[in-house]
Ligand binder design. Structure first.
Ligand SMILES: *Cc1c(COP(=O)(O)O)cnc(C)c1O
Length: 367
């Protein structure tokens, strides 16, 4: 309980019930704990959900990005164009392959990678483009698809926050090679986990080999790979969670619509026409006093989070790339202004009203 007498509203809350417990127990009792038939069943269900031919389950979203990049041959000497405004793994996965992330600025409309700026950054060393469907809103995926086709580049979609997001009725992660995370805060979880999605038979085959120590035949290693496998314990949870994903996404969307309708003192998320935003995060932008607002919300019993306070090109780990002085103004401005509010399916209508009323009381008023 908080000073307001209300239970604290966390910014994220995984939903796990009896079905998941039963599923895990069944796996434990079966004796097949590592990757096996339940992982295969989960892959089949996820591929069907997304509308793609193949899904390859791995042990994190980060693993999905690394394996997908390696399956497209990304390695030393290659450049991958990506966004500076994302979780760090979007860029460190590129570095893990020995390649160089090239950051270009975002589209201020939706805070996603700007395809026109990506096009201008293509060089003979560019091997892939990695847009991120940040917060659950599709990046301008038609334009990225065309750009990659015209230039012979791989399209790796970081859909780690966008399970079920759509552009013109087609799910993201089905345009290029899709990468999803099942970390507990995401729209569905397996504890830790990830999955790669593709319609391309060869990409899928390469992902499967890289996931399992680079072997096509046991103990014969013709390729480089590591252990990126998902456990059947995680897959059993994932199959149950996937069965709830659409219901949960719909609740997120209606919570977001209610919040956007009620909040008057901050900029609420924009959704491009033709897109389905699945609101992994409901991220407002405030023109000033963001950190003070976050503190005041905490005191009022409302959790919030800053995704993300430091753009990736400004991270200490990226300075060796020589980005020191160059500016990506839209990403830098976003990092100062954004604040994610609770939007998860555990909120009740009173929570939603309380969150909006508290924002209206606290935000947008200069000190
Ligand atoms: C969560 C996330 C990842 C990494 O996923 P993990 O499962 O935590 O490894 C990568 N990119 C984005 C945009 C994410 O939100």
């Amino acid at each position: 309980m908080t000073v307001s007498g209300r239970p604290f509203i966390p910014v994220a809350k995984p939903l796990v019930g009896e079905e998941e417990k039963r599923a895990v127990l069944e796996v434990l009792e079966s004796g097949q704990l590592a990757q096996g038939s339940r992982t295969a069943a989960f892959e089949e269900a996820f591929a069907a959900y997304l509308g793609v031919k193949h899904a390859i389950a791995v042990n994190s979203g980060t693993a999905a990005l690394i394996v997908a990049l390696q399956a497209h041959g990304v390695g030393p000497g290659d450049e991958v164009i990506t966004t500076p405004f994302s979780f760090i793994a979007s860029a460190t996965s590129i570095i893990a392959c020995g390649a160089k992330p090239v950051f270009v600025d975002i589209d201020p409309f939706d805070l996603n990678l700007d395809p026109e700026k990506a096009e201008a950054a293509i060089t003979p060393d560019t091997k892939a483009i990695m847009p991120v469907h940040l917060f659950g809103h599709p990046a301008r995926i038609d334009e990225f698809t065309a750009l990659c086709e015209e230039n012979g580049l791989a399209l790796v979609e970081d859909a780690c926050q966008a399970h079920g997001a759509e552009h013109l009725g087609r799910r993201v992660g089905s345009y290029g090679t899709g990468c999803f995370s099942f970390y507990p805060t995401k729209n569905m979880t397996t504890g830790e986990g990830g999955i790669i999605t593709t319609n391309d038979d060869e990409t899928a085959a390469r992902c499967r080999i890289i996931r399992n120590h680079g072997q096509e035949r046991r103990y014969l290693h013709e390729h480089f790979g590591l252990n990126w496998r998902m456990t059947d314990l995680a897959a059993a949870i994932g199959t149950v969670q996937l069965g709830h994903l659409e219901e949960w996404n719909e609740i997120r969307i209606s919570n977001a619509e209610a919040l956007a309708g009620l909040i008057r003192t901050a900029e609420t998320p924009r959704v491009r026409e033709g897109d389905r935003h699945v609101f992994h995060q409901f991220t407002i932008r405030v023109s000033h006093g963001r950190d003070r607002l976050q503190q005041a919300l905490e005191e009022a019993g409302i959790g919030s989070a800053v995704h993300y306070p430091v753009p990736i090109h400004r991270q200490p780990i990226m300075q060796h790339l020589g980005h020191g002085d160059f500016s990506l103004p839209f990403a830098e401005a976003a990092a100062e202004a954004v604040l994610s509010l609770p939007v998860h399916p555990s909120l009740n209508p009173e929570d939603v009203e309380y969150i909006a009323a508290t924002i209206n009381r606290l935000a947008g008023v200069p000190a």
